[in-house]
Write a protein that binds this ligand. Structure first.
Ligand SMILES: NC(=O)C1=CN([C@@H]2O[C@H](COP(=O)(O)OP(=O)(O)OC[C@H]3O[C@@H](n4cnc5c(N)ncnc54)[C@H](O)[C@@H]3O)[C@@H](O)[C@H]2O)C=CC1
Ligand SMILES: CC(=O)[C@](C)(O)C(=O)O
Ligand SMILES: [Mg+2]
Ligand SMILES: [Mg+2]
Length: 350
């Protein structure tokens, strides 16, 4: 563990996967996170059973991957460690119908996102440990990094420690899925939920795609070709962010031209200005006061009308078609099979 920072960060040497030797881990769900956790745990020598509905399209993938698959209720009844990796919006229902009836004293109930616990959608019983191991990465990269002998940073939180060794078991789990290779930061359910919801809304998913689309539209509306706009504002973003990922903003600044560096440093704050920060603070407030979660729960209860409409509009944005056609022309495109994300998306939709 390092104490260089304000939080405790744990690494492989701080955890022992053999802690789980006598445990059976039920992984409920086999989508983005579920398939990664189940396969990484399995490859780390942990006894895993996957819990999926009888009609789930994910079943064939999990069985083809050599994993034992059963229903969520049966998986929980077999397990002493339950990892809830179904969508946030169905967790309360799965908990009520499959988990709670089969949970036993001394079991671990674990999440990869704290929303349902923090916003009181699930009230766990006394007598069980309630933990969180939350990878800071999309699931298919949690798997890819593990297979490449790398890892993804993760957050670890203990909501309830009845047995006295909740943290030891959660750390063993985090190591088994590869997070301790990169660092496991101790936090709380509240801090994980609020920072994760904010990050995905304001920066990683919402903010960045809005920036890309506005940049694309500004160029195309000014008469530049869609192909140039796509390569400039979307494709090259990965290459830029790769440098930031490897060595911080300065590695990127050191690699781009002086012209780009001067232009970026002088104009960047005009594009993402104080008004954007005010909007960020407003979005964070909606997360902290529960407004976002209430809205998301009501949206699902209504059958996702806005979600479906927004997703359709996103799919129909010109940049999607231009990008798909350009990616097909990449010299290596013929080698591509269905991407992991696409296969995880299929699994998630069932
Ligand atoms: N997607 C990501 O990369 C990340 C997700 N998380 C968290 O991980 C958890 C799982 O999310 P994802 O992996 O994105 O889910 P997903 O949508 O990719 O996959 C959901 C899986 O659950 C199954 N499923 C759906 N409804 C079900 C039901 N009623 N009963 C049983 N199985 C059902 C689906 O067949 C699928 O296998 C969530 O709490 C999420 O917030 C945390 C970090 C990152
Ligand atoms: C991949 C991830 O960390 C997210 C954006 O928080 C999520 O998928 O919920
Ligand atoms: Mg996240
Ligand atoms: Mg998230």
């Amino acid at each position: 563990m390092t104490d260089e920072f304000t939080t405790d960060i744990y690494y492989d040497d701080d955890a022992d996967v053999s802690t789980l030797d006598d445990e059976t881990v039920a992984v409920l769900g086999y989508g983005s996170q579920g398939h990664a956790h189940a396969l990484n745990l399995h490859d780390s020598g942990v006894d895993v059973v996957v819990g999926l509905r009888e009609d789930s399209a994910s079943r064939s993938a999990a069985e083809a991957d050599g994993l034992t698959v059963t229903t969520p209720a049966d998986a929980v009844s077999q397990a002493s460690y339950v990892s809830v990796l179904v969508p946030d919006t169905v967790q309360a229902d799965v908990y009520e119908n499959a988990i709670e009836p089969n949970l036993e004293a001394g079991d671990t109930l674990q999440f990869a996102h704290g929303l349902n616990i923090h916003y009181n959608q699930i009230q766990p019983p006394e007598g069980v440990d309630v933990t969180m191991v939350a990878p800071k990465s999309p699931g298919h990269l949690v798997r890819r990094n593990y297979e490449n002998d790398e890892g993804t940073p993760g957050l670890l939180a203990i909501y309830q420690d009845t047995t006295g060794d909740a943290q030891e078991r959660a750390l063993a789990y985090a190591k088994a899925i590869g997070c301790a290779r990169a660092g496991v930061i101790e936090t709380t359910f509240q801090e994980e939920v609020e920072s994760d919801l904010f990050g995905e809304q304001a920066v990683l998913c919402g903010g960045v795609t809005a920036l890309v689309k506005h940049g694309y539209e500004a160029l195309v509306d000014a008469g530049y070709s869609p192909e140039i706009a796509y390569f400039e504002c979307l494709n090259e973003l990965k290459l830029i962010v790769d440098l930031m990922y490897e060595g911080g903003n300065m590695e990127m600044w050191n690699s781009v031209s002086d012209t780009a560096e001067y232009g970026g440093l002088t104009r960047g704050d005009r594009i993402v200005d104080d008004h954007v920060r005010e909007n960020m603070d407003e979005v964070l407030e909606e997360i902290q006061n529960g407004e976002f979660t209430r809205e998301w729960i009501l949206e699902n209860q209504a059958g996702r009308p806005s979600y479906s409409q927004l997703r359709q509009a996103e799919q129909e944005h010109e940049i999607e078609d231009v990008g798909a056609r350009l990616r097909e022309l990449f010299a290596w495109a013929d080698d591509e099979t269905e991407t992991e994300a696409e296969s995880a998306e299929v699994a998630a939709d069932d």
